[in-house]
Write a protein that binds this ligand. Structure first.
Ligand SMILES: [Zn+2]
Length: 98
């Protein structure tokens, strides 16, 4: 277990939802999963490239990418896992607002 895994376990996600929107990285419409957290608000992850963005007052900011080999593969797997999880709670695929 790495330290960042421990850190993530402290985050409190209160809402999870599926989005289909244009990815800033992929430059096309892809599946995203959105997580709402008490302290930081919305974070969206692309299920195709693994990048994630945080919602700020100025728009969406790319979450810093870890300096690790293979992080993208793990990030994609995590996004897909969350996508499946989101499907269990909400059946409808919502169109993204942002
Ligand atoms: Zn993407």
């Amino acid at each position: 277990m790495s330290l960042d895994t421990v850190h993530i376990s402290f985050r409190r996600v209160t809402e999870l939802k599926r989005l289909v929107r244009k990815c800033f990285t992929c430059k096309k419409r892809t599946r995203h999963v959105g997580e709402f957290e008490d302290w930081s608000g919305w974070t969206i992850r692309c299920c195709a490239c693994g990048d994630s963005w945080q919602q700020t007052m100025d728009g969406w900011w790319l979450t810093p990418r870890p300096f690790e080999r293979g992080w993208r593969k793990r990030a994609v797997a995590k996004a897909q896992e969350l996508w499946r999880k989101a499907g269990e709670t909400k059946a409808a695929e919502a169109e993204a607002r942002p």
